[in-house]
Design a protein around this ligand. Structure first.
Ligand SMILES: Cc1ncc(COP(=O)(O)O)c(C=O)c1O
Length: 417
Protein backbone atom coordinates (compact mmCIF):
# COMPACT_ATOMS: atom_id res chain seq x y z
CA UNK A 1 0.00 0.00 0.00
CA UNK A 2 1.20 3.50 -0.84
CA UNK A 3 2.65 5.42 2.05
CA UNK A 4 2.11 9.15 1.84
CA UNK A 5 4.86 11.55 2.89
CA UNK A 6 2.64 13.15 5.54
CA UNK A 7 2.06 9.74 7.11
CA UNK A 8 -1.70 10.06 6.56
CA UNK A 9 -3.47 6.73 6.28
CA UNK A 10 -5.38 6.21 3.00
CA UNK A 11 -8.53 4.85 4.67
CA UNK A 12 -8.61 7.82 7.01
CA UNK A 13 -8.07 10.19 4.08
CA UNK A 14 -10.91 8.63 2.04
CA UNK A 15 -13.23 8.81 5.03
CA UNK A 16 -12.28 12.43 5.65
CA UNK A 17 -12.92 13.33 2.00
CA UNK A 18 -16.32 11.67 2.21
CA UNK A 19 -17.10 13.58 5.41
CA UNK A 20 -16.18 16.86 3.73
CA UNK A 21 -18.42 16.03 0.76
CA UNK A 22 -21.28 15.48 3.15
CA UNK A 23 -20.52 18.72 5.01
CA UNK A 24 -20.75 20.39 1.59
CA UNK A 25 -24.19 18.76 1.19
CA UNK A 26 -23.38 17.33 -2.25
CA UNK A 27 -25.70 14.36 -1.80
CA UNK A 28 -28.60 16.78 -1.18
CA UNK A 29 -28.10 18.82 -4.39
CA UNK A 30 -31.65 18.29 -5.73
CA UNK A 31 -32.88 20.34 -2.73
CA UNK A 32 -30.46 23.16 -3.50
CA UNK A 33 -32.74 25.78 -5.01
CA UNK A 34 -29.87 28.26 -5.20
CA UNK A 35 -27.87 28.25 -8.43
CA UNK A 36 -25.40 25.60 -7.28
CA UNK A 37 -25.04 22.00 -8.20
CA UNK A 38 -24.49 19.76 -11.16
CA UNK A 39 -27.27 21.78 -12.84
CA UNK A 40 -27.92 19.43 -15.70
CA UNK A 41 -29.48 16.02 -15.08
CA UNK A 42 -31.71 13.71 -17.06
CA UNK A 43 -35.40 14.56 -16.80
CA UNK A 44 -38.26 13.40 -19.03
CA UNK A 45 -37.85 16.59 -21.11
CA UNK A 46 -34.03 16.39 -21.14
CA UNK A 47 -33.32 12.68 -21.82
CA UNK A 48 -29.67 13.42 -22.68
CA UNK A 49 -29.05 15.48 -19.50
CA UNK A 50 -26.76 13.08 -17.63
CA UNK A 51 -24.83 12.12 -20.77
CA UNK A 52 -24.06 15.74 -21.62
CA UNK A 53 -23.03 16.56 -18.05
CA UNK A 54 -20.77 13.50 -17.86
CA UNK A 55 -19.04 14.50 -21.11
CA UNK A 56 -18.53 18.01 -19.77
CA UNK A 57 -16.99 16.64 -16.57
CA UNK A 58 -14.80 14.27 -18.60
CA UNK A 59 -13.53 17.16 -20.75
CA UNK A 60 -12.84 19.19 -17.57
CA UNK A 61 -10.79 16.32 -16.13
CA UNK A 62 -8.85 15.77 -19.36
CA UNK A 63 -7.76 19.41 -19.27
CA UNK A 64 -7.40 19.65 -15.48
CA UNK A 65 -3.62 20.09 -15.60
CA UNK A 66 -3.76 22.49 -18.53
CA UNK A 67 -3.33 26.23 -18.33
CA UNK A 68 -3.71 28.99 -20.90
CA UNK A 69 0.04 29.54 -21.36
CA UNK A 70 2.38 27.17 -23.17
CA UNK A 71 -0.07 24.29 -23.21
CA UNK A 72 -3.00 26.62 -23.83
CA UNK A 73 -3.50 26.02 -27.56
CA UNK A 74 -6.56 23.81 -27.12
CA UNK A 75 -8.14 25.92 -24.37
CA UNK A 76 -7.74 29.09 -26.42
CA UNK A 77 -9.47 27.46 -29.41
CA UNK A 78 -12.31 26.29 -27.18
CA UNK A 79 -12.62 29.75 -25.62
CA UNK A 80 -12.78 31.41 -29.05
CA UNK A 81 -15.51 28.99 -30.13
CA UNK A 82 -17.66 29.65 -27.06
CA UNK A 83 -17.21 33.42 -27.37
CA UNK A 84 -17.93 33.43 -31.12
CA UNK A 85 -21.06 31.31 -30.78
CA UNK A 86 -22.59 33.17 -27.86
CA UNK A 87 -21.62 36.63 -29.08
CA UNK A 88 -23.19 35.79 -32.45
CA UNK A 89 -26.44 34.69 -30.77
CA UNK A 90 -26.41 38.01 -28.94
CA UNK A 91 -26.21 39.99 -32.17
CA UNK A 92 -22.51 40.90 -32.36
CA UNK A 93 -21.14 40.90 -35.91
CA UNK A 94 -17.52 40.44 -34.83
CA UNK A 95 -17.76 39.05 -31.28
CA UNK A 96 -14.61 38.98 -29.19
CA UNK A 97 -13.98 38.19 -25.53
CA UNK A 98 -12.83 35.57 -23.07
CA UNK A 99 -13.81 33.08 -20.40
CA UNK A 100 -13.55 34.30 -16.80
CA UNK A 101 -14.08 32.79 -13.37
CA UNK A 102 -17.67 34.12 -13.29
CA UNK A 103 -19.91 37.14 -13.13
CA UNK A 104 -17.86 39.20 -10.67
CA UNK A 105 -14.66 38.91 -12.69
CA UNK A 106 -16.54 39.61 -15.94
CA UNK A 107 -18.02 42.81 -14.48
CA UNK A 108 -14.57 43.84 -13.22
CA UNK A 109 -12.92 43.25 -16.60
CA UNK A 110 -15.69 45.16 -18.37
CA UNK A 111 -15.24 48.22 -16.19
CA UNK A 112 -11.45 48.03 -16.43
CA UNK A 113 -11.93 48.08 -20.20
CA UNK A 114 -14.18 51.15 -19.85
CA UNK A 115 -11.49 52.77 -17.71
CA UNK A 116 -8.84 52.03 -20.32
CA UNK A 117 -11.06 53.38 -23.06
CA UNK A 118 -11.78 56.55 -21.07
CA UNK A 119 -8.05 56.95 -20.39
CA UNK A 120 -8.51 58.46 -16.95
CA UNK A 121 -7.88 57.73 -13.27
CA UNK A 122 -10.80 57.61 -10.86
CA UNK A 123 -14.24 58.68 -12.04
CA UNK A 124 -17.72 57.27 -11.52
CA UNK A 125 -19.96 54.46 -12.71
CA UNK A 126 -23.77 54.76 -12.94
CA UNK A 127 -26.01 51.76 -12.30
CA UNK A 128 -29.55 51.12 -11.05
CA UNK A 129 -30.18 50.12 -7.45
CA UNK A 130 -30.89 46.54 -8.56
CA UNK A 131 -27.21 46.05 -9.55
CA UNK A 132 -25.40 43.04 -8.08
CA UNK A 133 -23.07 43.63 -5.12
CA UNK A 134 -20.08 42.86 -7.35
CA UNK A 135 -20.65 46.32 -8.89
CA UNK A 136 -20.08 48.01 -5.52
CA UNK A 137 -17.09 45.74 -4.96
CA UNK A 138 -15.43 46.68 -8.26
CA UNK A 139 -15.99 50.39 -7.58
CA UNK A 140 -14.15 50.01 -4.26
CA UNK A 141 -11.38 48.00 -5.92
CA UNK A 142 -10.84 50.44 -8.79
CA UNK A 143 -11.42 53.67 -6.87
CA UNK A 144 -14.56 54.60 -8.79
CA UNK A 145 -17.62 56.34 -7.29
CA UNK A 146 -20.71 54.17 -7.55
CA UNK A 147 -23.68 56.35 -8.54
CA UNK A 148 -26.67 54.23 -7.64
CA UNK A 149 -29.92 55.21 -9.36
CA UNK A 150 -32.90 54.72 -7.01
CA UNK A 151 -35.73 52.45 -8.13
CA UNK A 152 -38.95 54.25 -9.08
CA UNK A 153 -41.47 53.80 -6.24
CA UNK A 154 -39.07 51.36 -4.56
CA UNK A 155 -39.78 48.74 -7.29
CA UNK A 156 -36.32 47.22 -7.78
CA UNK A 157 -37.43 45.33 -10.89
CA UNK A 158 -37.92 48.70 -12.58
CA UNK A 159 -35.56 51.44 -13.73
CA UNK A 160 -36.34 55.02 -14.71
CA UNK A 161 -34.14 55.90 -17.74
CA UNK A 162 -34.54 59.62 -17.05
CA UNK A 163 -33.08 59.10 -13.58
CA UNK A 164 -30.17 57.17 -15.13
CA UNK A 165 -29.42 60.05 -17.47
CA UNK A 166 -29.73 62.59 -14.66
CA UNK A 167 -27.18 60.59 -12.63
CA UNK A 168 -24.45 60.85 -15.28
CA UNK A 169 -21.63 63.19 -14.16
CA UNK A 170 -18.79 64.76 -16.09
CA UNK A 171 -16.41 62.14 -14.62
CA UNK A 172 -18.65 59.14 -15.44
CA UNK A 173 -16.89 56.47 -17.48
CA UNK A 174 -19.57 53.77 -17.75
CA UNK A 175 -23.19 52.79 -17.24
CA UNK A 176 -23.97 49.24 -16.12
CA UNK A 177 -27.33 47.64 -16.93
CA UNK A 178 -28.50 44.18 -15.89
CA UNK A 179 -30.30 41.53 -17.93
CA UNK A 180 -31.63 39.11 -15.31
CA UNK A 181 -31.21 40.97 -12.03
CA UNK A 182 -30.36 39.30 -8.75
CA UNK A 183 -32.87 38.67 -7.20
CA UNK A 184 -35.73 40.04 -9.32
CA UNK A 185 -34.96 38.44 -12.68
CA UNK A 186 -35.87 41.69 -14.41
CA UNK A 187 -34.26 43.17 -17.51
CA UNK A 188 -33.31 46.85 -17.33
CA UNK A 189 -34.47 49.23 -20.11
CA UNK A 190 -31.27 48.61 -22.06
CA UNK A 191 -32.38 50.25 -25.33
CA UNK A 192 -32.94 53.52 -23.45
CA UNK A 193 -29.70 53.09 -21.49
CA UNK A 194 -27.83 52.45 -24.75
CA UNK A 195 -29.15 55.72 -26.16
CA UNK A 196 -28.04 57.54 -23.00
CA UNK A 197 -24.57 55.96 -23.22
CA UNK A 198 -24.26 57.07 -26.83
CA UNK A 199 -25.45 60.62 -26.09
CA UNK A 200 -22.78 60.98 -23.41
CA UNK A 201 -20.04 58.94 -25.12
CA UNK A 202 -20.05 56.34 -22.31
CA UNK A 203 -19.25 52.65 -22.16
CA UNK A 204 -22.36 50.49 -21.54
CA UNK A 205 -21.83 47.08 -19.93
CA UNK A 206 -24.71 44.61 -19.56
CA UNK A 207 -24.44 42.25 -16.58
CA UNK A 208 -26.08 39.13 -17.96
CA UNK A 209 -24.57 36.76 -15.38
CA UNK A 210 -27.98 35.13 -14.89
CA UNK A 211 -29.92 36.22 -17.97
CA UNK A 212 -27.20 35.74 -20.58
CA UNK A 213 -27.63 31.99 -20.90
CA UNK A 214 -31.43 31.92 -20.84
CA UNK A 215 -32.82 35.10 -22.44
CA UNK A 216 -31.49 34.34 -25.96
CA UNK A 217 -33.17 30.93 -25.92
CA UNK A 218 -36.48 32.14 -24.50
CA UNK A 219 -36.55 34.84 -27.13
CA UNK A 220 -35.35 32.86 -30.17
CA UNK A 221 -37.65 29.90 -29.45
CA UNK A 222 -40.66 32.23 -29.39
CA UNK A 223 -41.39 31.36 -25.72
CA UNK A 224 -41.34 35.08 -24.88
CA UNK A 225 -41.60 37.61 -27.67
CA UNK A 226 -41.93 40.55 -25.28
CA UNK A 227 -38.40 40.54 -23.81
CA UNK A 228 -37.12 44.09 -24.31
CA UNK A 229 -33.99 44.44 -26.47
CA UNK A 230 -30.99 43.87 -24.23
CA UNK A 231 -28.02 42.56 -26.22
CA UNK A 232 -25.62 43.76 -28.94
CA UNK A 233 -28.58 44.59 -31.17
CA UNK A 234 -28.90 47.65 -28.95
CA UNK A 235 -26.56 50.36 -30.24
CA UNK A 236 -24.22 51.48 -27.49
CA UNK A 237 -23.86 48.11 -25.73
CA UNK A 238 -20.08 47.53 -25.52
CA UNK A 239 -19.91 44.31 -23.50
CA UNK A 240 -22.13 41.60 -22.02
CA UNK A 241 -21.30 39.07 -19.32
CA UNK A 242 -23.05 35.68 -19.25
CA UNK A 243 -22.22 32.96 -16.76
CA UNK A 244 -21.50 29.47 -17.97
CA UNK A 245 -21.68 28.15 -14.39
CA UNK A 246 -25.21 29.48 -13.87
CA UNK A 247 -27.78 28.98 -16.65
CA UNK A 248 -24.92 27.85 -18.91
CA UNK A 249 -25.04 24.55 -16.93
CA UNK A 250 -21.22 24.19 -16.91
CA UNK A 251 -19.08 23.18 -13.91
CA UNK A 252 -17.62 26.18 -12.02
CA UNK A 253 -15.77 28.46 -12.23
CA UNK A 254 -16.77 29.71 -15.68
CA UNK A 255 -18.24 32.93 -17.00
CA UNK A 256 -17.88 34.89 -20.21
CA UNK A 257 -17.17 38.49 -21.05
CA UNK A 258 -18.21 39.26 -24.61
CA UNK A 259 -17.26 42.43 -26.47
CA UNK A 260 -18.99 43.95 -29.46
CA UNK A 261 -15.71 43.87 -31.41
CA UNK A 262 -12.00 43.23 -31.25
CA UNK A 263 -11.06 46.85 -30.50
CA UNK A 264 -12.64 46.51 -27.05
CA UNK A 265 -10.86 43.22 -26.43
CA UNK A 266 -7.63 45.01 -27.35
CA UNK A 267 -8.36 47.68 -24.71
CA UNK A 268 -9.09 44.90 -22.16
CA UNK A 269 -5.74 43.28 -22.93
CA UNK A 270 -3.92 46.60 -22.63
CA UNK A 271 -5.14 47.11 -19.05
CA UNK A 272 -5.11 43.41 -18.06
CA UNK A 273 -2.38 41.72 -20.10
CA UNK A 274 -2.11 39.17 -21.55
CA UNK A 275 -5.73 37.91 -21.82
CA UNK A 276 -7.88 40.76 -20.53
CA UNK A 277 -8.73 38.68 -17.44
CA UNK A 278 -7.96 39.53 -13.80
CA UNK A 279 -5.96 36.34 -13.35
CA UNK A 280 -2.73 35.41 -15.07
CA UNK A 281 -2.73 31.63 -15.01
CA UNK A 282 -6.14 30.26 -15.88
CA UNK A 283 -7.06 26.62 -15.55
CA UNK A 284 -7.97 24.94 -18.84
CA UNK A 285 -10.32 22.51 -17.06
CA UNK A 286 -13.26 24.92 -16.62
CA UNK A 287 -12.82 26.15 -20.20
CA UNK A 288 -12.92 22.57 -21.53
CA UNK A 289 -15.94 21.69 -19.34
CA UNK A 290 -17.81 24.76 -20.60
CA UNK A 291 -16.83 24.14 -24.22
CA UNK A 292 -18.14 20.57 -24.01
CA UNK A 293 -21.45 21.81 -22.60
CA UNK A 294 -21.81 24.38 -25.39
CA UNK A 295 -20.81 21.94 -28.16
CA UNK A 296 -23.10 19.16 -26.98
CA UNK A 297 -26.15 21.27 -26.08
CA UNK A 298 -26.02 23.88 -28.83
CA UNK A 299 -29.02 26.11 -29.33
CA UNK A 300 -31.58 23.24 -29.28
CA UNK A 301 -30.21 21.89 -25.99
CA UNK A 302 -30.06 25.27 -24.26
CA UNK A 303 -33.58 26.00 -25.47
CA UNK A 304 -34.88 22.76 -23.93
CA UNK A 305 -33.02 23.49 -20.67
CA UNK A 306 -34.37 27.06 -20.56
CA UNK A 307 -37.96 25.92 -21.16
CA UNK A 308 -37.62 23.27 -18.45
CA UNK A 309 -36.34 25.85 -15.93
CA UNK A 310 -39.18 28.23 -16.80
CA UNK A 311 -41.79 25.47 -16.50
CA UNK A 312 -40.53 24.77 -12.97
CA UNK A 313 -40.56 28.48 -12.16
CA UNK A 314 -44.16 28.76 -13.37
CA UNK A 315 -45.25 25.74 -11.32
CA UNK A 316 -43.61 27.29 -8.30
CA UNK A 317 -45.18 30.71 -8.91
CA UNK A 318 -48.69 29.22 -9.20
CA UNK A 319 -48.14 27.22 -5.99
CA UNK A 320 -46.82 30.23 -4.07
CA UNK A 321 -49.76 32.38 -5.21
CA UNK A 322 -52.05 29.75 -3.66
CA UNK A 323 -50.49 30.17 -0.19
CA UNK A 324 -52.19 32.84 1.94
CA UNK A 325 -49.99 35.87 2.52
CA UNK A 326 -47.29 34.97 -0.04
CA UNK A 327 -46.47 36.65 -3.33
CA UNK A 328 -43.94 36.14 -6.10
CA UNK A 329 -42.31 39.47 -6.83
CA UNK A 330 -43.48 40.60 -10.29
CA UNK A 331 -41.18 41.47 -13.16
CA UNK A 332 -39.00 38.37 -13.53
CA UNK A 333 -38.20 37.43 -17.14
CA UNK A 334 -36.10 34.39 -16.22
CA UNK A 335 -36.02 31.50 -13.72
CA UNK A 336 -35.25 33.86 -10.81
CA UNK A 337 -38.11 33.72 -8.29
CA UNK A 338 -38.40 36.04 -5.29
CA UNK A 339 -40.95 34.89 -2.72
CA UNK A 340 -42.06 37.53 -0.22
CA UNK A 341 -44.97 38.65 1.93
CA UNK A 342 -46.51 42.03 2.61
CA UNK A 343 -48.31 40.78 5.71
CA UNK A 344 -46.13 38.06 7.30
CA UNK A 345 -42.68 37.98 8.86
CA UNK A 346 -41.04 35.12 6.94
CA UNK A 347 -37.89 34.89 9.10
CA UNK A 348 -39.02 31.92 11.21
CA UNK A 349 -40.42 30.17 8.12
CA UNK A 350 -37.09 30.59 6.31
CA UNK A 351 -35.25 29.00 9.24
CA UNK A 352 -37.74 26.13 9.41
CA UNK A 353 -37.38 25.48 5.68
CA UNK A 354 -33.60 25.35 6.12
CA UNK A 355 -33.99 22.91 8.99
CA UNK A 356 -36.09 20.74 6.65
CA UNK A 357 -33.10 20.63 4.30
CA UNK A 358 -33.98 23.24 1.67
CA UNK A 359 -31.15 25.41 0.36
CA UNK A 360 -31.99 28.85 -1.00
CA UNK A 361 -30.83 32.45 -0.67
CA UNK A 362 -32.55 34.95 1.61
CA UNK A 363 -32.72 38.65 1.00
CA UNK A 364 -33.50 41.56 3.27
CA UNK A 365 -35.35 43.46 0.53
CA UNK A 366 -38.37 43.28 0.39
CA UNK A 367 -38.07 43.04 4.19
CA UNK A 368 -37.86 41.62 6.67
CA UNK A 369 -36.86 38.66 4.53
CA UNK A 370 -37.62 37.27 1.08
CA UNK A 371 -36.66 33.88 -0.28
CA UNK A 372 -34.76 33.62 -3.57
CA UNK A 373 -35.25 30.42 -5.52
CA UNK A 374 -33.75 29.72 -8.96
CA UNK A 375 -35.18 26.46 -10.35
CA UNK A 376 -32.88 24.50 -12.66
CA UNK A 377 -33.09 20.97 -14.09
CA UNK A 378 -31.37 19.38 -11.07
CA UNK A 379 -34.36 20.47 -8.96
CA UNK A 380 -36.68 18.36 -11.10
CA UNK A 381 -39.37 16.67 -9.02
CA UNK A 382 -38.81 18.89 -5.95
CA UNK A 383 -41.44 21.58 -6.55
CA UNK A 384 -44.37 19.76 -4.94
CA UNK A 385 -42.39 18.92 -1.79
CA UNK A 386 -41.00 22.43 -1.52
CA UNK A 387 -44.46 23.99 -1.89
CA UNK A 388 -45.89 21.64 0.76
CA UNK A 389 -43.10 22.52 3.22
CA UNK A 390 -43.42 26.22 2.39
CA UNK A 391 -47.17 26.13 3.10
CA UNK A 392 -46.63 24.33 6.41
CA UNK A 393 -43.80 26.62 7.54
CA UNK A 394 -45.73 29.78 6.63
CA UNK A 395 -48.85 28.69 8.56
CA UNK A 396 -47.28 29.77 11.86
CA UNK A 397 -45.58 32.91 10.49
CA UNK A 398 -46.13 35.96 12.73
CA UNK A 399 -47.95 38.92 11.21
CA UNK A 400 -45.87 41.97 10.37
CA UNK A 401 -46.34 44.91 12.68
CA UNK A 402 -46.77 48.41 11.22
CA UNK A 403 -44.04 49.32 8.80
CA UNK A 404 -41.73 46.39 9.61
CA UNK A 405 -41.78 45.38 5.95
CA UNK A 406 -40.12 48.63 4.97
CA UNK A 407 -37.30 48.44 7.51
CA UNK A 408 -35.09 45.87 5.76
CA UNK A 409 -33.17 44.55 8.77
CA UNK A 410 -30.23 42.20 8.36
CA UNK A 411 -30.92 39.00 6.44
CA UNK A 412 -31.44 35.80 8.40
CA UNK A 413 -28.26 34.07 7.39
CA UNK A 414 -25.02 34.30 5.55
CA UNK A 415 -26.73 33.38 2.28
CA UNK A 416 -28.47 36.74 2.43
CA UNK A 417 -26.85 38.79 -0.31
C1 LIG B 1 -26.57 39.66 -11.76
C2 LIG B 1 -25.31 39.05 -11.20
N1 LIG B 1 -24.12 39.56 -11.53
C3 LIG B 1 -22.96 39.04 -11.08
C4 LIG B 1 -22.97 37.94 -10.24
C5 LIG B 1 -21.66 37.41 -9.72
O1 LIG B 1 -21.38 36.17 -10.25
P1 LIG B 1 -20.23 35.23 -9.61
O2 LIG B 1 -20.73 34.83 -8.27
O3 LIG B 1 -20.13 34.13 -10.60
O4 LIG B 1 -18.98 36.03 -9.52
C6 LIG B 1 -24.19 37.36 -9.87
C7 LIG B 1 -24.22 36.22 -8.97
O5 LIG B 1 -25.24 35.80 -8.48
C8 LIG B 1 -25.39 37.94 -10.36
O6 LIG B 1 -26.58 37.45 -10.01
Amino acid sequence: MTTFPSGVDLDWFEAELHRLEEVSRFPEMPRNLFDEGPHLITTPELPWGDAVREESVAAYLRFIHGETWITGGGAREMEAEVVGWLGGLMGAEEPAGFITSGGSESNMCAILTAKQRAGRRGGSVVFPDNGHYSLHKLCRMFDLDPIVVPAPGGRLDQVDPEAVEAAVRSDTIAIIATAGTWAYGSVDPIAEMGAIAQRHGLYLHVDGAFGGFILPFLERSGYDTTIPAWDFRVPGVCSISADLHKNGMAPPPAGTLLFRDASLLKAAKEICPPNGTMSGTRGAGPIAGAWAMVKLLGEPGYTAVSLKSMAMRDELAVGVAGIDGLDVHPGSRINMTLIHSRTLDLRPAAEQLRRRGWMFAARAVPGPVSLVVVPMPHNDGQTTDFLRDLRECVESAPRLEGTAAEKSPEPVSSYGF
